[in-house]
Design a protein around this ligand. Sequence first.
Ligand code: WQD
Length: 355
Amino acid sequence: MKKRVLVSGGAGYIGSHVTVELVNAGYDVLVADNMSNCDMTCFEGVKKITGKDDIPFECIDCCDDAAVQKLFSDYRIDAVIHFAAYKAVGESVAEPVKYYRNNLDSFLNILEASKTHGGCNVLFSSSATVYGETDELPVTENSPRKPATSPYGNTKQICEDILRDVVKASAVYEPMEQGASRNGQIKGIALRYFNPIGAHPSALIGELPRGVPNNLVPFITQTAIGKRECLSIFGNDYPTPDGTCLRDYIDVVDLAKAHVAAVARMLDGKMKESYEIFNIGTGRPVSVSELVTAFEKVNGLKLNYKYTPRRPGDVMAIWADPSLANEELGWTAERTVEETLASAWAWEKHLAENR
Ligand code: WQD
């Protein structure tokens, strides 16, 4: 029988790309989303890309524990990928209660429902932000988690610890048979993404930031299309080769494929520990200036930008050592930053023509 994966927040940017790759890999997928940070554009795009228009969609808020419990009663769920969370760093500083309430309650409800329905495998969408201001570069999964630089980042640290503790507590039951997950045991994987960017090559799904984009690449593409006047590059006085910040920009399709590899690891009983963590990055640091230059070059355009003071809360540099994911998940980032920036631009042009 085909295994079913629940993708909470599955109508969003990363969730929709993961849904495509899960369907392509032969899984049944159930998408749950409260549509607070997206519309149906990407879910409709998923159906066009996969050719499957019967992917079940449940419009629920994962903070509603009765709704989450009902989801687990109505569907047999073999694994959950939990994306449903708020993720704007700046907003989390201004509204911490909103972030702790939403990001923690939604995950606790998923874990509680999994437990009361016999246990299942849980994949948590974490972030490199859990490393905080680290000076140990590249970061490995054993690099220390410094104090989070925002409530958003802290919710990611806390949810990792919750998953770790829930997995440990559930391990008291009899050992899980190969791939089964109905003896109450919960196994967990946390994927720590670095900077997801780009869009599906079909240009039918991509990032849909609401209002003024916080993140670099959607601000670049919106500037290039004329929706924004000018890109501000936040600081060119850092002690880096060109003075701008360094990041590990991971293509969203590569990132989605890492999720499929992690789900397979859990469902095929290949995990070595009941709770595992993987960095999902390219291992290649790229500066803001390099990214802007690459975007101009690959898309044959000139971007309007200026240098402005540093953005509070930014870390100067962070990039991954992805060797554990490469070895254990058999996954490696494949798309070049140029291909990814071309896909981001194609998506922005698709939006301009179709919305
Ligand atoms: C990247 C670089 C900015 C915008 C955060 C979260 C992370 C993940 C991605 C959710 C920085 C610079 C940006 C702009 C700029 N979370 N920049 N002008 O801050 O590395 O990571 O978002 O998705 O968990 O921590 O990403 O894209 O905001 O910034 O110069 O208009 O681009 O200073 O150096 P960040 P980002």
